[in-house]
Design a protein around this ligand. Structure first.
Ligand code: NAP
Ligand code: ZN
Length: 353
């Protein structure tokens, strides 16, 4: 085991602080990475504050990891020292169940090992994420970062990018389709960029009037401020219905508002995972026009690589605010106030300073 500096939460109520963890000695299929950048996902905040059940402390979050490979095991074929590499939300799965063989490791029937707060298949402990100096990951869960992507802006693609790309692809968003995005945070701003690049007409729904011009700059054709009830009612009355809506909001809210603007056979896909339930939906909103309400969880490894290559082709990275690890607690508070433009990314060099 090799020690590495990290930042960890020791309880749900206390700020993250400096800590030291140990990474396993690389095995023959392992890739050893010096972490350069790690994005800050709202899931990190939900987890360290134990808003979802089951957080094991100390908890080292972080699943939007970009780093430089420093070593590879003897059986590693696709990676070599010196290459840039990415690690997203998963670090292991059984590899043989129907979900894994379908390339959907996030739904592994035996149990996906997530990058942090999961039982570690190798050490018997708990997995620790990217708010750390290094990570050791099986080659099956390592991504190639295309050369043209700026590494800090590419880090958020490993969660926010794939979590939005995967449902947009699955529900066939593209030219001639009208797509809605709810919430302009980390996930939402990637959804706007990607849906726009896929050729769809994009409508952004935001609670923040201050984000209207950014919404347009990022690729939205329409921006609707949902706190302005008159504007929302007028938009609903006059606009063409939407084929698909991707809801990225991190807090409980009324879904009926959005179901009502879906076209016939349209689907609303929820990816936001608030700790408290949404209010019950009105069944009539689904029955009418044969609408669907669905969910989606990140995306498989092959699709994550496809998304990275798509982003390279379309010159897409996240709009980021680079922070030092010592600013992480303040960054969480700003994220709670929807004050992120549009993803915090930690410069992991600050851990070593
Ligand atoms: P984020 O950066 O904090 O963005 C959330 C956005 O939701 C805010 O910027 C805000 O946008 C909107 N919002 C509206 N009301 C809000 C409220 N009361 N509190 C907080 N936000 C509110 O979060 P994120 O990292 O994009 O993550 C969004 C959600 O997706 C989280 O619940 C996260 O755990 C979940 N997630 C799910 C998956 C998955 O696989 N399904 C993967 C990653 C993350 P406006 O200002 O535009 O209204
Ligand atoms: Zn995430």
């Amino acid at each position: 085991m090799k020690p590495t500096p990290a930042f960890a939460a020791f309880s749900a109520e206390t700020p993250l602080r400096s800590h030291e963890i140990a990474r396993r000695d690389p095995m023959e299929t392992d890739v050893e990475i010096d972490i350069l950048f790690c994005g800050v996902c709202h899931s990190d905040l939900h987890t360290v504050r134990s808003e979802w059940a089951g957080t094991k402390f100390p908890c080292v979050p972080g699943h939007e990891i970009v780093g430089r490979i420093t070593g590879v095991g003897s059986a590693v074929t696709q990676f070599r020292p010196g290459m840039l590499a990415g690690v997203g939300c998963m670090v292991d799965s059984c590899g043989t169940c129907p979900d894994c063989t379908a390339g959907l490791e996030q739904f592994c029937s035996v149990g996906t090992t997530f990058t942090y707060n999961s039982p570690d298949q190798h050490t018997g402990g708990v997995t620790y994420g990217g708010y750390a100096g290094t990570i050791v990951v099986d080659q099956r869960f390592v991504l190639r970062i295309p050369d043209s992507l700026e590494p800090a802006g590419a880090a958020p693609l490993l969660c926010a990018g794939i979590t939005t790309y995967s449902p947009l692809r699955h529900w066939n968003v593209g030219p001639g389709k009208r797509c809605g995005v709810v919430g302009l945070g980390g996930l939402g701003h990637m959804a706007v960029k990607i849906a726009h690049a896929m050729g769809a007409h994009v409508t952004l729904f935001t609670t923040s009037a201050s984000k209207i011009s950014d919404g347009h700059r990022l690729g939205a054709d329409d921006v609707v401020v949902t706190r302005d009830e008159a504007a929302l009612t007028e938009w609903t009355r006059t606009a063409a219905p939407l084929d698909m809506i991707l809801d990225t909001v991190a807090a409980s809210h009324n879904l009926d508002t959005y179901l009502a603007v879906l076209a016939r056979d349209g689907t609303m896909v929820v990816v936001g995972a608030p700790p408290t339930p949404h209010p019950a939906i009105t069944t009539g909103k689904l029955i009418n026009k044969r609408r669907s309400l669905a969910g989606s969880l990140i995306g498989g490894i092959a699709e994550t690589q496809e998304m990275l290559d798509f982003c390279a082709k379309h010159d897409i990275t996240a709009d980021i605010e680079l922070i030092r690890i010592q600013q992480i607690n303040e960054a969480y508070e700003r994220m709670l106030r929807s004050d992120v433009k549009y993803r915090f990314v930690i410069d992991i060099g600050s851990l070593r300073a």
